[in-house]
Write a protein that binds this ligand. Structure first.
Ligand SMILES: [Ca+2]
Length: 117
């Protein structure tokens, strides 16, 4: 019974923290992706932290602490680019993106690297 009470207190604390974070996320929700860049965002609807690249090549997102974190994409380069989800023992999964994606569906928090042509 005592354990249950501690658990309930922890849940209440988490709820209060989440509410306090919301305004900060809203402030960073409108970071602009410059023309000629691919931008990955931490949250859906282009919110949170944003990373951007304009040069061709493979970008390993772990180099920026961003592996499994992308939740929306803006692609302001010409043409498409390829995203990869590394599954270890299984073959890598690939998906082609071209344009803007306010949410990534089953690929949310899955992208490990991108390849810009
Ligand atoms: Ca992944």
């Amino acid at each position: 019974m005592k354990l249950f009470k501690i658990g309930a207190a922890a849940v209440l604390t988490l709820a209060a923290t989440a509410t306090a974070i919301t305004p900060a996320n809203a402030e960073t929700a409108s970071q602009v992706c410059p023309s000629g860049y691919v931008c990955l965002y931490e949250h859906r609807d282009f919110g949170g932290r944003m990373l951007k690249w304009n040069l061709p090549g493979e970008k390993k997102l772990e180099d920026w602490g961003f592996r499994d974190k992308a939740s929306s994409i803006r692609d302001k380069r010409a043409g498409s680019f390829r995203a990869t989800n590394v599954l270890g023992a299984w073959p890598d999964q690939h998906k082609t993106y071209n344009g803007d994606y306010e949410l990534l569906g089953s690929w949310n928090d899955k992208i490990d690297k991108i390849l810009l042509p």
